[in-house]
Design a protein around this ligand. Structure first.
Ligand code: URA
Length: 231
């Protein structure tokens, strides 16, 4: 039996330490997105962004689509890829690049030892344009603030733009992909400073397989940058 004095000392001691913290089994500040643990801040910012896209009013793209396509991959990744717009398969599944172009994208990533668990993927517009047409300038303008916010939240060190729609939307309209691909461009999106590289869209590479050798040059540049940045 503890003497009264010792008992009081023990109670005092237990009051000094936060026993709730020690005996609590609950995760502290652990949030999950696509099965990746991320900070509460990033989780909430992504959820808020998703909600503001879902709440968009007067958008024909949204009216015609089955699902919103937000992203795939690892929100903690330092490598982000941006395509054009969801196609039929993406619309069906609510995930980017899951159709034929997505299969080629997976192969391109695998060629430099990357996969969807190591990168983060999104698109310029989040809803499928009817008949897979290119999104109009008006549609791109409407979704631009959201993809810029998305980049800011993910905060990648390397940003890969797939195809001319992503390039024109985020870098400028007066440029052509054949001249801009395969170069590093330092850019700021919101508070995110990142190295951008433009390469051909996988759907274009399926139509023009001869251009795959150029895409391979770009991919090797990504691999080297990734190694230099220790990502
Ligand atoms: N093409 C794109 O640009 N994005 C997708 O998600 C699918 C095909």
């Amino acid at each position: 039996m503890l003497k009264k004095n010792n008992k009081l000392k023990l109670i005092k001691y237990y009051n000094l330490i936060n026993h709730n913290l020690i005996y609590n089994n609950k995760a502290i500040n652990r949030y999950k997105k696509n099965n990746f643990q991320i900070s509460e801040n990033k989780f909430k910012s992504l959820e808020l962004l998703k909600k503001s896209i879902t709440d968009l009013k007067n958008c024909d793209l949204k009216k015609n689509a089955k699902n919103m396509v937000f992203s795939d991959g690892n929100p903690k990744s330092k490598i982000m890829l941006i395509g054009e717009a969801p196609g039929a398969n993406e619309d069906q599944e609510g995930l980017p690049f899951v159709g034929r172009a997505g299969m080629l994208l997976d192969k391109m990533l695998a060629a430099i030892n990357l996969d969807r668990k190591k990168v983060y993927i999104s698109n310029i517009v989040n809803y499928r344009p009817p008949e897979n047409r290119r999104p109009t300038n008006e549609e791109i303008e409407k979704y631009l603030p959201y993809i810029i916010k998305h980049i800011e939240i993910i905060n990648p060190k390397i940003l890969i733009l797939l195809g001319s729609t992503a390039m024109n939307a985020l870098i400028g309209n007066d440029i052509v992909i054949s001249k801009m691909r395969g170069k590093w461009i330092e850019k700021k999106f919101g508070s995110c400073n990142t190295s951008v590289i433009i390469t051909f869209h996988p759907a274009f590479l399926m139509r023009q397989p001869a251009q795959k050798k150029m895409a391979w040059i770009d991919l090797k540049m990504v691999r080297d940058k990734k190694n230099n940045l220790n990502i």
